[in-house]
Design a protein around this ligand. Structure first.
Ligand code: HEM
Length: 440
């Protein structure tokens, strides 16, 4: 076996300082300098950064060879019975139980309710001086997720969820220090979800499946506890954070590319305001994908080898960590021409090179056995958020704003993307919506 190439690093800390100071640059520069399988040390841990598509596939599909080491979100530790934390057979069984709730038709059946929630939330934006749009988008993403995942029952508890979940997150993220308030918010959140489940049982099964229905059925069949159901729903709702981050990046990129924005405005103006049309709108889809390519909110995925793994003349030993970075894969010139440029049309199926890329070259939602179960939900939410925003409003960045990264996980735009918002046009068909009131 030959040792894989990589930076020498400090005798004690290895490359810890460089990685800590700018992990994105460390991983991307490393892949460009040392190739698709490079080695480095973080303290005592041996790490391998992998950008070879075949090796990535092996890492993400070999359940016995690798274990999930992606640093757990603090919420996952606080809600350990969710699919994101289960392992082995339990994980597989839970994925199967949840899958029907994430089918395209099931989600589209809820799109109208989600769009109303989006419009209601966007009503908090105000015209005038630039202000961070990320907090508003987080609220909007949470409310629309509640509608998509809990259906009508979500509408009844959405206010409690929108109030309590951020409080729980604030305490777990050390932004709040009152444990009593955290426990109260946590209990109130659990109560809201339990009430939604009770209402669902009383109302009977809806015409279209949703997450609440899939979980209520599993609880009632004795395959899961009521607490498991609550943990699962809370964990799914937490994903409003990456969805909002990606939506903020999209608004930033569109403000930096007014030519793409005008074409998109034209496309959206010609569509019915919600549902399947928005989901299928071609340029909107490409803008969403190109945003996720350049700014994948989850920028690194980590696994620990359980046994030796060979890659050509190199080997990973049991206990070593393997890092796969969507950020790196999605910026490698080998797969992406002019990788730093925002070019949504590269996702046009007719564009050169589109079909030739390996699946591992674009993995904002991961790959293999733990691939994001909410991929369709997130894409639909982003489209609803962008469609509602861009049909009526125009977002501009303040002069001199540099769209750099702020925060590590998920990747969010600096200062929460401060943007000036102005009314683009009056929209007759929506009546007196919260958006219209806010911008009168
Ligand atoms: C833009 C938004 C989102 C991004 C970028 C994203 C990204 C990801 C990635 C990369 C993974 C794989 C993690 C790994 O392999 O270690 C993942 C897993 C997961 N995601 Fe998402 N996600 C998003 C939105 C959502 C939404 C909206 C939901 C639910 C409605 C969701 C639910 C999950 C769950 C439950 C898992 C764990 C799956 C498992 O372990 O089997 N995500 N996500």
């Amino acid at each position: 076996m030959i040792q894989a190439p990589g930076p020498k690093g400090h005798p004690l800390h290895g490359s810890w300082r460089e990685f800590r100071d700018d992990p994105l640059a460390f991983l991307l520069d490393g892949a460009l300098a040392y190739g698709d399988f490079f080695r480095f040390r973080l303290g005592l841990t041996r790490c391998f950064a992998v950008s070879d598509p075949a090796a990535i596939l092996a890492v993400f599909t070999d359940r016995d060879g690798f274990t999930d080491k992606t640093p757990s979100h603090r919420m996952q530790d606080a809600y350990p019975r969710s699919v994101a934390r289960l392992e082995g057979g339990d994980h597989l069984e839970r994925r199967r139980a949840l899958a029907p709730a994430f089918q395209r038709e099931a989600l589209l059946a809820r799109a109208g309710g989600a769009m109303r929630a989006v419009r209601g939330g966007l009503g908090r934006l105000r015209a005038g001086e630039p202000r961070a749009v990320l907090p508003v988008l987080e609220d909007v993403a949470l409310r629309s997720a509640a509608m998509l995942l809990l259906g009508d029952a979500g509408g009844e508890v959405v206010e409690s969820i929108a109030t309590e979940l951020p409080r729980v997150e604030a305490w777990l993220g050390h932004a709040a220090s009152d444990e009593g308030a955290y426990q109260q918010a946590r209990a109130a959140l659990a109560g809201a979800i339990a009430r939604a489940a009770e209402r669902r049982r009383a109302a009977g099964s809806p015409a279209a499946m949703d997450l609440l229905e899939a979980l209520v059925r599993a609880v009632d069949a004795g395959r899961m506890s009521e607490q498991d159901m609550i943990d699962e729903i809370v964990m799914m709702l937490v994903t409003h954070v990456p969805t909002a981050a990606a939506s903020a990046w999209a608004l930033v990129e569109l403000a930096r590319h007014p030519e793409v924005r005008s074409s998109l405005e034209e496309e959206l103006d010609a569509l019915a305001p919600e549902g399947a049309d928005v989901e299928r709108a071609p340029l909107l889809s490409r803008v969403v994908l190109e945003t996720l390519r350049l700014h994948p909110p989850v920028w690194v995925l980590a696994r620990e080898a359980r046994r030796e793994f060979r890659h050509g003349p190199h080997a990973v030993s049991a206990g070593d960590e393997v890092l796969v970075s969507p950020y790196v894969m999605q910026r490698l010139p080998r797969y992406w021409e002019d990788p730093e440029a925002f070019l949504p049309d590269r996702f046009d199926p007719a564009s050169p090179g589109h079909g030739a890329r390996p699946s591992a070259a674009f993995l904002p939602f991961g790959l293999g056995i733990r691939k994001c179960i909410g991929e369709r939900t997130a894409l639909l939410q982003m489209k609803l958020i962008l469609a509602a925003s861009l049909r009526e409003l125009r977002f501009e960045l303040p002069a001199g704003y540099e769209a750099s990264v702020d925060g590590r996980r998920p990747l969010v735009p600096r200062d929460g993307a401060p943007m000036a918002v102005e009314r683009r046009r009056a929209v007759g068909h929506v009546g007196c919506s919260p958006l219209e009131l806010a911008f009168r």
